[in-house]
Design a protein. Sequence first.
Lengths: 516, 588
Amino acid sequence: MSLLLIALLAVPALTAAVLWALPAGTGDRVAAIVGSVVSGGVLVGSAVLWWDLVRPHCPCTYRLESFLGPPPRTLPGKIYAYAETDISWIPELDVRFHLGIDTISMPLIALTALLVFLCCLYSLRITPRAGRTRSLIALLLIIETGVIGTFSALDLVLFFLFFEVVLIPMWLVIDIWGDEHDRAGRRRAATTFVLMTVLGSAVMLLGFLLVHRQAGTFDLEVLGENPVAGGHGIALVAAVLIAVGLAVKMPLWPLHIWLPDAHAKAPTVGSVLLAGVLLKLGSYGMIRILLPVLPDATATIAPYLAGFSTVAIIAGSLACLAQTDVKRLIAYSSVGHMGFIGLGIATMSPEGLAGALYANIAHGIITGLLFFLAGGIKDRHDTSDLRTIGRALYARLPRLSGLLTFACLASLGLPGLAGFWGEMLILLGAYHPGDSLPRTTFLVLMVIAGLGAVLTAAYFLRLIRQLCQGDPADNPATAFAVDVSRIELITWAPLIVLTVLLGLWPFTLLDYWTFS
Amino acid sequence: MIATAWRVVGVGFSLLVILAAGLLYGVDPQQTAFGGSFVGNDVFITYDLRTDDLTVLLLAVVGVVSACVQLYSIGYLNERVASYTALVTLFTLSMVTVVVSDSLFLLLIGWELMGACSYLLIGHYWERRDARSGAMKAFLMTRLGDVGFLFGIFVLGLGYDTFKISELGDSPISPGALTTGTLLILVGVIGKSAQVPLQTWLPDAMPGPSPVSALIHAATMVAAGVFLIARLYDVFLAAETTLTVLAVVACVTMLFAAFCAMAAVEVKRVLAWSTVSQLAIMFAGLSLGTDDGRHAALFHLLTHAAFKGLLFLCAGVLLHQVGSAAFVVLRRYTRRGALRKRMPVTFVTMTIGLAALAGVPGFAGFFSKDSVVEAAWHHARDGSTVGWIVLVSVCLTAALTAFYCVRLWLWVFFRTPALAGALGAFEDDDPMADLEEPDSSKLHEGSWLMLAPLIVLALGAVGLGYADGLHLNWAIALATTVLAVFGALPAYSLWRRGADPRPVVLEREFGVDPAYQRVLVVPVEWLARLTVGGDRDVIGAYVRATGRAGVLASAGFRKLQTGNVQTYLTAAVVGVVALAILAGVIGS
């Protein structure tokens, strides 16, 4: 029983309830302050939990194994749970309230806490035009509970429940606070998002039920010890169902169609959370559930998964090259990046896995920053259409466009910034994939993915060229546009610092993920 | 204020690099490691540093050239100084990282950061279209090579089971992996050093500020390719196929680039092509696979850094004063030697630089080029085909180099005598001439901040030739001098006649760029549109169709809800009867 972890889940949800219970006259500002304080508290709490997780424990719980001789050849993604809570919940259905964390989920929890905190902080000054900040903050906090819950759930049904908790708040965020110029568009985007994701999670639930039928339990710890063997029959069906369900969320080509609309129409904070955190639920699920629970079946589908991921890399990059909307472009770039992560998972190799986990974190930070910047540009010009915004942003908003250039360079995987290590390790994983996988296939995919990295560079440079550079004489400065404001600087600074730190010093995180 | 701070930081950092080179000089080679993490059982990522002779040599080159560039930039640049100076400093830092790193990953970080810095610096004048496209092209082409480089790191690192440069080659490796790995590394080198077939980005990078060009061409970026092969020389020596490929690439490139330089009509573009050509000479030296060859290549790298840096800074002065470095513009200022007389220091130092480039006896380039030729000759005498190919190409290139150097020098600084009598406007004493004549009274020499680096580098362009100890193979020296004269004479005679013939194929630089445009860029754009269309019209259509089917189905089902009790009752009875019959059938 770990009170801290429970608190991390309960406090945001309770705060949301309190916020809604407050009289309607309560100022939006108060709500934003409450949200910032609470999510800041959650961030501190997750930092404490992280420290608690990695400090040397004397009655060594999970580290014991690594001290006693060579560690067993573990299945990557298998949980060595810490801060566990395990109580029986619905015994009739064999569902337990089982929570726990390990070094795979902890950084993701911290990332979630950080991004939600920054979004609340951002909302102190900058809010969507629709107003109703109180509800927006409450929904953000609900999302935080759902996401942290998903990252710490050790029971398949619990995982599914938390997974679903996130959807409705996100639907509302897009539908209510989305693009104010396009009412029909944002409703359509929100609906497509929610329907496709619900369909995906329904498919995933079917897969979970099949797993239960085979293994007799929903508990991830037990399943990690006794994985479902066999790469055919029911195990394969279960793996395919779970993979498809998670692939919708991730999203992998061709199930990505909800993503560009949802990201483009969502308000800034919505886009940041959607890209920074929600997409990670899919990739995390693959690492946590597919690999350790259904190893053989996953090996069967891994080449296909890798193939779709590689197509996603190329298709996402190509689609970016033809975009005319800055938010849509960044959304499509997520498709490419998540394709890299999918490829890393599909290699089933330690390098690929570590790369996928690293890319998860890096993508969350960098794309979060990109969406913040795009939101800033959109707020200043009242549109995110490149042609309407005009060019030569370097002349009009030098700091903002300088930061945009920085974020673009980080996102295209420049060595020395966070995006590089994930991509590099994923390609390295594809260079020598897991033992049971066809090496030649993965070599070909590696080369294609490498070319995809060049395409990634191409569309980001095109964005910089079309947006930041250009003749200032043709695009005179607008009078009202102010360069980076103080609140923006405060919210973006942590992301910028982390991008550089993770790029220069990857070892702290990589040390957590030394799968053998 | 911020700009001043950055300038201090920039100059200070360059001086620090020089100081480090001085302190490390003569110190025994050593390595230190910091950081480090296992990923899986096979991959150990660390940051390692090392120092040895190669490091010290490159540190000295980088430090001196970047100090010159930073000082020069103070006089050259007046706007966007802070970002410019910061980027130049970062550029220098990246090159230093490459030079001191003993870890392939750390090296890659510096290697690609240089690409990013060069992208940002080439695009410094982002109002200009050519700067924008040149910057983008530079980054994309080098990144394409870098992907190969990354794969090469995988192959070599996993093959040798280490990513430490000093331990590469210690353990056995399969010949296939060795050849593949070195060839992939070579792809990265070709991209970075602008060799054929990835050569077109370097001449197009010329819209960047001249000091940046000097930095890119003399000490960082393109020199990194030569450095890398010298660093991994033991590995490359074992891979004979790769060395042969390198030799072929180098020989093709040096001639190709020299021909392009002969037809270029802008000072900086001539210099850019000459860099490509001179780098190829260094690669040719390396491709010989002998210690002499490596030594000669590094010697040429050293002298080239001095005279090419000098030439670009001189071109910068011309650009700064005249406003353009195109031949047609510059030669309008040649009446009564205005350009020469108004800018004597620039004229003299540029002459020294061109003399060194052309290989005039006594100047630095002469000695270093001869050492490459000598190494090739020794190798060829031992019966090596590669040696012969290199020997012939370098000699031919020497003649072509002399041609374009003399052409540049004469057309920029001297009025051709052919035109003097042809048109009235060109006559010295024709009163109409002044109408045609641009106002040269405002021409003056740059500030001492810009001239001091010129003088330092000019001293280097003369003196560095003797740095290696004076040893001269008289036969080879005579041969290369004769070749240089053979190249120079046609240039002189053409200039005397006022003719500057430029074959179309050379002027279009063999049509490589348009071909890339057609073969790569256009299809990619086409595919991009196809992808977006596919998302909208194919995948999106399925989603929309599903939605519409749902709506239609619900509309259909709604028809059933008539609200008529009799209908419901009838349906219920029919259903019960049907179920009963079905149960009976299945049960029996």
